[in-house]
Each structure stands twice: as structure tokens, then as C-alpha cells.
Design a protein around this ligand. Structure first.
Ligand SMILES: Nc1nc2c(ncn2[C@@H]2O[C@H](COP(=O)(O)OP(=O)(O)OP(=O)(O)O)[C@@H](O)[C@H]2O)c(=O)[nH]1
Ligand SMILES: [K+]
Ligand SMILES: [Mg+2]
Length: 444
């Protein structure tokens, strides 16, 4: 795939900073670099000091550094030049304006460098997505998952399955295309045996409780409970800012408030909700409905009760799932030596006011996040796009189990291979042809 145009764009975020990086990619990148510096390109992959000048007027714009990556040894696989400038707005603006004056150069579209890298076979689609996730990663666990995907772990997993299926398919294709050749009579059985482990690996990969997708999106945690239990106080304490209004009046919170947290490296979307109670106030009633809706969609529900009224508040624990939901008894500072209530269910005693028990709570939520998101061993499925394609592959393989006719079996395998190929963006027929002739040495 050859691109005619040369693209350029800042690779760093706008604003005042130590450095700003501008990247150029395409056939004219080297020419542009020579025009900007008034000198030959430096040796490949060496960062050297150069003055950066306006190519038309010769005016000096910045004293920077440049690097030169001839094709194909670059991120995009094309000729690439990089300019390391002083990170001021005016410097960047002047250099971008100078580049705009050069013919055949155009400002890159979002993602265009990566798109070129994909088209030139430098990255497969899962690696492209891993790169996007890495740049977007806000927590340590997200970073780990993204770098693993960028380094090709997911692509290799899917590629391996695709390869096994392609090998099986190649044997079948040969039987179909050359029916006069001597082929093993039990071909269908042996192909099915080859396909079965792939089918079960895909099924297992799909049945992962959406951990990879959850890790990208964050664990959704809803704080719920009766009015005045201290939900908003807890929300503020965990998010370490006064995001929610706290007051001694019941029914203070109406809207669902949300904050993204990093709990021990795991992303959590924490929601504060209206106190659950029957009310004639229309606005508060809408708040309660929203709270209930959020409770339904949450991965984890944290119920907050008031230590002095915990007994009477027990009915507010909407169909509590004991193995999953957390119950907090808040305001234990008010008990002043009196024993904790015996509620007949496990709970965490806390005082948001004094901070008692909050560490244990964070620990507990982080533990649940880890259980929900960590993928032990094999890399995790991270996107709905992958899931849809894998489900398609699994369905085709499911059908193939019962196929008795080589043509139908081959068609199912072909569909499965194509579905897997869509995930990595590499569906090659060449591959299949090559295998057919390689494995059978048919000599025709
Ligand atoms: N003594 C004591 N008071 C607390 C504690 N946590 C919260 N409060 C007080 O309890 C009252 C209600 O707190 P909020 O955080 O507004 O309670 P809420 O559950 O969000 O209330 P609604 O939004 O109205 O449902 C406020 O006066 C808080 O200062 C605590 O640990 N100890
Ligand atoms: K309140
Ligand atoms: Mg509140």
C-alpha cells in the first residue's frame, strides 16, 4: 500500500510544555526536513540539533532537534521525520504554518499515522486498539492490559486459532478440489478433532465475565441507602473532593453523581445516588427512580446504613446479594462505646467523619475490582467488536461439529477463519493457498 501524500501533525498535547513533537510521514518527509533545516537529513534514527527555519523566508523559528527514519524502518512504515521543538504555542504555530506552505504536505487526520502503520502491516488491528487504549489508560491495570495488547498478545492468540483452523481447512479444500487423489477416509473425523480444541478455547475466552471490557470501562459501583445515611459524605471522601452536597436534610441528593477513581490501580466509576424512600416530592421521587436504575446496572452495590438506625433501615437493602453487595454501617463515631448492631449479615463498620474503616472499604472494592477484571494467564477480550466476531466464529464452529459433508464443513471453517481475520484485520487467502500446496505436495 503506497500513500502519495505526506502528512504532518503535532504528536504532543497543545499548551505550554518543555517539548513539542511534530511528526511527518510520507514520501516527502525527507524533502520537508531538508527544507526546514537547510541541510541534508541526519543519519537514520539519530537525534541531532538543528535550527528550524521557514522554508520560504529562511527566518529562524526555533532551535530544536530532529530525527530521520527512512522507510520502512519507522512507526508508519513510511519515511518519517520528527521535530523536537520548544513547547510553546507560538513556536508550534510557526512551525506548523511553515509546513503548511510546502506542497504535497497536509495536516494529518485523527489516527492517520496509526492507520498508515496498519496499512503497511506494522500493526494489526488489535495492536492498533491496544495503542489507543494505552494512550487512554488512566490506571495501572488498564495500562498493563493495553501494553499487552499493543505487544501483540491478543493478536497472537487469535492468529494462532486462525492458523489451526486454516490448516484444517486446507486439508479439506484439497479433498474437495482434487477428489481423485487418495485422501484419508476419516478426513472429516480428523478435521473435527483438529477444530475441537480451538472451538473450546474460543468458548472459554468468551465466557470471561467481560473482564477485559470492564477493565477498559471501569467497575461501576453505586452507593445506595436510606436518606441521610452519609452516602454523599462517603462519595466525597472516596473521591477526595467536595463533589456532592452534604447536609443534615433528608433528600439532599437527587441526581446521580459520578466520579472516575483509580483504586489501587483499578478503574472505578463511583456513583452517589438519592436516598431510597417513598416520597411525595416529585423531584425527589425521580431521584429515587434514577438511584434504583443505577443500582440495577451497577457491577457492585455499596449500601450505607446509619449506625443508630441500622435495624429499622434493613428493608432498604434492595434484594441484597450477600456474595456480591457490600453493606456499610456508617457513623459508628456516634455509638460512643455502645456495641455495633447485630444485623445478621456481614457489614463493614465505618465512620466517614473520623475516617475509620475507609481504608478497609477501599481495599475491599479494589479486591472485587481485581477479581472482576484481572485475566490470569491468557490475554483478555477487550472490545465488543472482538466479542461479536468471536461469537460468529464460535457459531460457525458449533455448526461444523455436525457437518457430515466436506463442502459444508469447509464453509463453516471458512466463516470462522474470516471472522477471526476481521479481528486482527488480516484475512489472507494467499495464506490458505500456500498451505494447500505445502501440506499435500500434490505436484500439479
Ligand atoms: N456523626 C457522623 N455524621 C455523619 C457521618 N457521615 C455523614 N454524617 C452526617 O450525616 C448527614 C447526612 O450526610 P449526607 O452525606 O448528606 O447523607 P446522604 O446519605 O447523602 O443523604 P441524602 O442525599 O439526603 O440521601 C450530614 O449531616 C453528615 O455530616 C459520620 O460518619 N458520622
Ligand atoms: K442529606
Ligand atoms: Mg446525598
Amino acid at each position: 500500500m503506497r500513500e502519495e501524500s505526506t502528512i504532518y501533525a503535532p504528536a504532543t498535547a497543545p499548551g505550554r510544555s518543555g517539548l513539542a513533537v511534530v511528526r511527518l510521514s510520507g514520501p516527502d518527509a525527507g524533502h520537508a526536513l531538508r527544507l526546514l533545516t537547510g541541510r541534508e537529513a541526519p543519519p537514520p534514527r539519530k537525534i541531532v540539533r538543528r535550527s528550524i527555519n521557514d522554508p520560504i523566508t529562511g527566518e529562524s523559528l526555533d532551535q530544536g532537534m530532529v530525527a530521520w527514519f527512512p522507510a520502512p524502518g519507522s512507526f508508519t512504515g513510511e519515511a518519517v521525520a520528527e521535530l523536537y521543538l520548544h513547547g510553546g504555542r507560538a513556536v508550534l504555530a510557526a512551525v506548523l504554518a511553515a509546513l503548511a506552505k510546502l506542497p504535497n504536505l497536509k495536516l494529518a487526520e485523527p489516527g492517520e499515522f496509526t492507520r498508515r502503520a496498519f496499512l503497511n502491516g506494522r500493526l494489526d488491528l488489535t495492536e492498533v486498539e491496544g495503542l489507543a487504549d494505552l494512550v487512554a489508560a488512566e490506571t495501572e491495570a488498564q495500562r498493563r492490559q493495553a501494553i499487552r495488547q499493543l505487544e501483540g498478545a491478543l493478536g497472537a492468540l487469535y492468529g494462532g486459532w486462525s492458523e489451526s483452523l486454516t490448516a484444517a481447512l486446507a486439508r479439506l479444500e484439497a479433498a474437495i478440489d482434487f477428489p481423485d487423489e487418495d485422501l484419508p477416509a476419516d478426513l472429516i473425523v480428523s478435521v473435527a478433532e483438529q477444530v475441537a480444541p480451538v472451538a473450546s478455547a474460543i468458548a472459554q475466552h468468551l465466557a470471561d465475565g467481560h473482564r477485559g471490557e470492564r477493565l477498559r470501562e471501569g467497575l461501576s459501583v453505586a452507593i445506595l441507602g436510606p436518606p441521610n445515611a452519609g452516602k454523599s459524605s462517603l462519595f466525597n471522601a472516596l473521591s477526595q473532593r467536595e463533589a456532592a452536597i452534604v447536609s443534615p436534610h433528608e433528600g439532599t441528593t437527587r441526581d446521580v453523581l459520578e466520579v472516575a477513581l483509580d483504586l489501587r490501580g483499578y478503574p472505578v466509576l463511583l456513583a452517589d445516588t438519592a436516598g431510597l424512600r417513598r416520597t411525595r416530592n416529585e423531584i425527589e421521587a425521580e431521584g429515587v427512580r434514577r438511584a434504583e436504575r443505577r443500582a440495577e446496572g451497577a457491577d457492585l452495590r455499596v449500601f450505607v446504613l446509619d449506625a443508630e438506625r441500622a435495624w429499622e433501615q434493613l428493608p432498604s437493602l434492595l434484594n441484597l446479594k450477600k456474595d456480591r453487595d457490600l453493606v456499610l454501617v456508617n457513623k459508628i463515631d456516634l455509638l460512643a462505646g455502645r456495641p455495633l448492631p447485630d444485623l445478621g449479615l456481614p457489614f463493614l463498620p465505618v465512620s466517614v467523619r473520623s475516617g475509620t474503616g475507609l481504608n478497609d472499604l477501599v481495599e475491599r472494592i479494589a479486591e472485587i475490582a481485581a477479581q472482576t477484571m484481572d485475566s490470569l494467564g491468557s490475554p483478555a477480550l477487550t472490545r465488543a467488536r472482538h466479542r461479536a466476531a468471536l461469537e460468529e466464529a464460535a457459531a460457525a464452529l458449533g455448526r461444523s461439529v455436525t457437518a457430515r459433508d466436506p463442502e459444508l464443513l469447509a464453509e463453516d471453517l471458512r466463516l470462522a477463519v474470516r471472522a477471526l481475520g476481521r479481528i486482527t484485520g488480516r484475512v489472507d487467502v494467499e495464506d490458505l493457498l500456500e498451505r494447500i500446496f505445502l501440506e499435500f505436495c500434490i505436484g500439479k
